[in-house]
Design a protein around this ligand. Structure first.
Ligand SMILES: Nc1ncnc2c1ncn2[C@@H]1O[C@H](COP(=O)(O)OP(=O)(O)OP(=O)(O)O)[C@@H](O)[C@H]1O
Length: 210
């Protein structure tokens, strides 16, 4: 699914965060959403998922069936840091996402194994989460999101709690996930920006309030 943002203005109360944003997030690509702290990256992701309303403008998802306003049911979020259950295996932690969405156990397991393969963690599927590194846990987070088959995957600062080595691993993962899903990553990290195929810069692309 491609996402089209047109004439978007966003603010809280009287404070305008940005105005007049036009942006395209291409289907099946990794897009880095960049901009200085406070430029509205997290808020734009929240608006795209339908959690907050724009002051003006539209956010539309476009696929082969046509155009629809986006809502939370279309989005899988990759959390900042890990929210894995430490005593459960990587596989079980990935299955949780699909099971919560109502998938049957056998289907959830198949999807989770496939997603773990996509993020390069097949060998660690049966390891308990507490024995995995920060970068491996972030891969588990991405696998959980991919396994739900939502058309959009949003990650807000996925390297925020990682050291340099694990940040590199997440950057490698983003590079590997090119063309596997429509992924939007809000980040300050140059390594992650470099790994993405497309970039939206909130400072350059929109008119900010003074
Ligand atoms: N719920 C809210 N109520 C009021 N103001 C908010 C709310 N959420 C965000 N803001 C303000 O909107 C602006 C944009 O915040 P946002 O978190 O979207 O920026 P960001 O680009 O993601 O920043 P960072 O890179 O620091 O995470 C900030 O000035 C912030 O204080």
């Amino acid at each position: 699914m491609r996402v089209e943002v047109r004439g978007a203005s966003l603010g809280f109360g009287k404070r305008i965060v940005f105005e007049g944003l036009d942006a395209d997030f291409p289907d099946g690509k990794v897009t880095a959403l960049v901009g200085p702290s406070g430029s509205g990256k997290s808020s734009l992701l929240a608006a795209m998922a339908g959690y907050i309303n724009l002051k003006a403008g539209t956010i539309t998802g476009v696929d082969e069936r046509g155009s629809v306003p986006l809502d939370a049911s279309m989005v899988a979020w990759v959390p900042q840091g890990s929210n894995a259950l430490g005593g459960r295996t990587a596989l079980e932690n990935v299955m949780i996402g699909s099971l919560a969405d109502g998938a049957r156990w056998s289907q959830a397991k198949r999807d989770a194994l496939h997603a773990l393969d996509q993020v390069g963690l097949s060998d660690l599927a049966h390891k308990v989460a507490r024995s995995l590194s920060g970068g491996e846990l972030q891969r588990v987070n991405f696998a959980r999101a991919l396994a739900t088959h939502k058309p959009l995957v949003f990650a807000d600062e996925p390297s925020a709690s990682l050291d340099a080595t694990n940040t590199r691993r997440v950057a490698e993962l983003l590079f590997e996930l090119r063309s596997r899903a429509t992924i939007i990553v809000a980040t300050h990290d140059p390594l992650l920006v470099e790994a993405a195929e497309h970039e939206i810069n909130l400072r350059q692309d929109v008119l900010h309030a003074a």
